[in-house]
Write a protein that binds this ligand. Structure first.
Ligand SMILES: [Zn+2]
Length: 244
């Protein structure tokens, strides 16, 4: 077994990646065999990527995305808006229950650069408090809207800051095949992919991206597991764009 020196990595997840690489077609969740992982050889060259979704949750689209991800046992990372949480608490609990990572994308999608300390606290710390009310304790890493982070953002973030390395600009034209190609033509090991789960077109694109990359032997993990797998120790206030 490869010794990657990354404490905290989910072996069950990596075993699942290995299983997916051998058998890439989507399988019903119940068809997989659980394993402790001790006997399984992990392919060191297996490309590992993180799918991330911003601006949700939105019941009509996020729910369908969760269904599709569950069918394929693919974890993702969701950066949520505080103003969308009320009424969607069960959807957020489902994300956590199904192994997805959950983070903060501010309360109402404001750029965090230029905010006063107090407003930053409302936009970031306030949403963390909402998430703790729904989910209990958690770190809830920050993705700042528009990917804008300055010195104050880093100083006040109180968590790692997650940006991205692949951005198909899925909000621009809602053209599913263009969005899929924009990701699958350039994606490589260690990438963090940015999508938005508030559009049906982005959910459709995400499903096609997942199926295509599973066929190519990619493994999907949360951002936290991506960094762990790459031997990166996440630090509060540090910006991460990929696992490289
Ligand atoms: Zn956003």
């Amino acid at each position: 077994m490869r010794d990657h020196g990354a404490p905290g990595i989910s072996w069950a997840l990596l075993v699942l990646c290995f299983a997916l690489a051998l058998s890439p077609a989507p399988q019903p969740a119940g068809d997989r065999t659980a394993s402790g992982g001790a006997e399984v050889e992990i392919e060191p060259e297996m490309p590992v990527v993180a799918l991330t979704f911003d601006d949700g949750p939105r019941a009509a689209t996020t729910g369908r995305l969760l269904d599709e991800l569950a069918l394929r046992e693919v974890p993702a990372t969701f950066f949520l808006l505080g103003h969308r949480l009320q009424g969607n608490e069960e959807l957020v609990r489902r994300m956590a229950r199904e192994g997805h990572q959950i983070g903060v994308h501010t309360f109402d999608h404001v750029p965090v650069t230029g905010l006063s300390r107090q407003d930053f606290g409302l936009q970031v710390g306030g949403v963390r408090a909402q998430l703790r009310d729904i989910l209990g304790d958690g770190e809830f890493w920050l993705r700042p809207p528009y990917g804008q982070a300055d010195g104050n953002t880093r100083a006040w973030a109180d968590s790692p800051i997650v940006l991205w390395s692949v951005d198909p600009e899925d909000w621009k034209d809602h053209d599913v095949s263009r969005i899929v190609s924009a990701v699958t033509d350039q994606v490589k090991d260690g990438d963090i992919i940015l999508l938005h789960d508030i559009y049906h077109s982005s959910v459709d694109a995400a499903v096609q991206i997942v199926d295509e990359l599973l066929l190519r032997g990619f493994c999907f993990v949360t951002v936290e597991d991506l960094l762990a797998w790459k031997g990166i120790s996440p630090e509060p206030g540090t910006v991460y764009r990929s696992g490289r």
